[in-house]
Design a protein around this ligand. Sequence first.
Ligand code: NAG
Length: 294
Amino acid sequence: MDTDLTFSSRRSPVVCLHGCVASNQPLASNVGLDILKHGGNAADAAVAIAAALAVTEPCSTGPGGDAFCLFYDANTGEIRGINGSGRSPRAQTLDFLKGRGYTAEAPPSPFDAVYVTVPGAPACWCDAIQLFGSHKLSLQEVLRGAVELAEVGFPVGEVAAHHWANWVAALRDAGKELGGDLLIDGHTPRCGQVFRNPALAQTLKELGERGKPAFYQGRVAQAIIDVINRNGGVMTLDDLSSHDSEVITPISTEFKGVRLWEPPPNSQGLAALLLLNILDSFPLKVEFGQIFWI
Ligand SMILES: *[C@@H]1O[C@H](CO)[C@@H](O)[C@H](O)[C@H]1NC(C)=O
């Protein structure tokens, strides 16, 4: 290697005109790029990628989880965000948990249904499109790439296959009805094996067609509370239908001349900002890559 090349990675940074996306999975990034090519903006592409990651990397993320959104509007310079996290069931009070015999020393087991909170991600996706999207593409069009990956199938990536395999026992223990969607003949997919997820395809398709009610009311909502309640949880249809995301004011800190933004608590963004403030008192050499705005 040239000794006068001071760049410290083997990969060159991506430099490009018109737009750029990045995610853990090339297949998901491709879905986001398609959105940009069809006139969508960064918010549209981010939602498309989030849904595509739920398909291609279900061991990391999914519509059953939460989401936070930060959006920078290049026209106004304004940064706004969405809190897409959900609450625990209303009936799940401290007294309820004490009544079950749980204490700080004897908490529920990691797979207990009481840990399941109302999924915030699908509402956050819908709201991100509504508040920050280009409005040139419908939610249905934004989610189409993810639906297609789930319906047609996709070859599973190396790292995803590895992490997926870590959950094989839990998926088998959960039984065919619960864990079966993420297994092929009782096994997690190998790297390169084509994996289909027709159930997730159906849910994403309905979300695209009908928006939030397709998830927080009706078939999907009922399926969520059925499985939680069968396993000792107390979530109700009302917990789901009364969920909504909130618009938040981001927080920020200055680090080596750069201002960094995060959503406020209850997101974990505060930890990143605190960390930077701590690092600021150490003599670290930090070089930020240049970003060219066209
Ligand atoms: C975000 O939403 C959660 C759950 O809905 C709520 O408990 C929390 O207070 C909200 N945080 C902010 C900063 O809006």
